[in-house]
Write a protein that binds this ligand. Structure first.
Ligand SMILES: Cc1cc2nc3c(=O)[nH]c(=O)nc-3n(C[C@H](O)[C@H](O)[C@H](O)COP(=O)(O)OP(=O)(O)OC[C@H]3O[C@@H](n4cnc5c(N)ncnc54)[C@H](O)[C@@H]3O)c2cc1C
Length: 355
């Protein structure tokens, strides 16, 4: 895994480039805006290939065979120019970037949306949300500690931002490890259901995600690498649950009650960031007889890996995001799979979902 790697020199021959462009796994639509950005050349984005947002989730953006071929030709010329050492024109403007992103999104973007995309995709490899202030600018000596509750993706980021600003913080995590959602959910087929390039920190982009929608193990590894990279692991107190937080008006401090492996203790701090998430306490349905049911039963967020599925009759209650991911895997092994659905939900076909 690598973060924001330097772009390596293109050493492939013409034939090799053509073969890569023709390979079935090559995703064509993002190539042209990427090349237009790298070279600062908007002529690489022809009108004929303007993307249709309604088809954006289809394979190759819904382009027909001729459009795909046209894209390959344009991309081939662009890649050759990059290979020869050509770089982006210094006259490249923000409006040029807006045009490139408009083409990529298939709609004319205004300035505000462009700013959001710039932050999300970080095309210049910059941390655009990094704090532009430091505690030292205001006070050097004043003791100030922030308690962050939770070491999922939100708490990790909060800790990093505070570190960037020179503010002392401690993270309390009830689990033995970081990751929150991506630590606790281990059901078969668990993976992110938005594209990985947006489901990561904008300033910690990875160019070698193994899948469009990476699996739980990969995401957990990513967040662990982030924690190491940010240098915040020693600031996390694992297996420590915050059971209450009370503001003391007289001292102007928060008093946290902690429950850890060594028992209970109090912790005093100046400020709190709640990063407790909203989906890490499984919700069990109130179904008559649930507690007296004699068969094996478990919640998807607490997957029972001991129990064999093979050859069994399995009932699944619910058809939300987790169920959609594990039902096909369960159905492959079970003798029968019966799904109980209260409310139908919307789904879009996603051909690259498992690629
Ligand atoms: C199975 C699943 C799949 C998902 N897929 C997607 C997806 O594809 N795309 C998407 O955008 N979102 C998805 N989500 C939503 C997901 O929750 C968020 O994307 C994100 O991971 C939330 O991060 P977080 O840090 O806010 O919360 P969490 O990941 O829940 O982390 C919160 C942390 O706080 C800790 N904590 C809680 N209370 C306390 C306490 N009192 N004391 C100490 N520690 C505490 C928890 O142990 C946990 O580690 C998914 C959620 C689930 C459950």
């Amino acid at each position: 895994m690598s973060f924001n790697p330097k772009i390596s020199q293109i050493l492939e021959s013409d034939d090799e480039i053509r073969a890569i462009l023709a390979a079935p796994g090559t995703e064509l639509p993002p190539l042209l805006p990427a090349l237009a950005f790298a070279l600062g050349d908007l002529t690489l984005l022809p009108e004929d290939l303007w993307l249709d947002p309604e088809k954006s989730l289809e394979e190759q953006g819904g382009w027909d065979a001729d459009q795909q071929e046209l894209c390959r030709e344009i991309a081939f010329e662009g890649i050759k120019r990059l290979r020869s050492g050509e770089i982006r024109d210094s006259n490249f403007t923000k409006d040029d970037l807006r045009k490139i992103m408009s083409w990529a999104c298939g709609t004319q973007l205004d300035g505000a949306y462009l700013e959001m995309l710039r932050e999300e995709l970080s095309p210049e490899n910059q941390d655009l949300r990094a704090p532009d202030w430091s505690k030292e600018d205001y006070t050097v000596d004043r003791d100030f500690t922030v308690a962050i509750i939770g070491a999922g993706m939100s708490g990790i980021l909060a800790a990093y931002r505070l570190k960037q600003s020179g503010v002392n913080c401690v993270i309390f995590e009830k689990n033995h490890a970081i990751g929150g959602t991506w630590l606790e959910n281990t059901y078969p087929g668990c993976r992110v259901d938005v594209s990985n390039h947006v489901y990561c920190y904008s300033f910690m982009q990875k160019h070698d995600w193994p899948h469009f929608h990476s699996t739980q193990e990969v995401l957990l590894e990513y967040f662990n690498e982030c924690v190491n990279h940010f240098g915040i692991r020693d600031d996390i107190r694992f297996s420590t649950e915050v059971s209450s937080a009370v503001w003391n008006e007289d001292s102007g401090r928060w008093v946290l009650e902690l429950v850890g492996e060594d028992g209970e203790e109090s912790f005093i701090c100046h400020s709190i960031v709640s990063a407790v998430g909203q989906l890490n306490r499984p919700s069990y349905p109130e179904i008559d007889g649930r507690s007296s049911f004699k068969g094996a039963s478990w919640h998807s967020a607490r997957w029972n890996h001991e129990e064999k599925i093979e050859g069994k009759d399995i009932a699944v209650i619910g058809t939300g995001c987790s169920a959609i991911q594990f039902i096909p895997r369960v159905a492959e092994e079970a003798a029968s799979t019966t799904i109980f659905q209260r409310t139908p939900n919307w789904l879009m076909p996603r051909p690259q979902y498992h690629k």
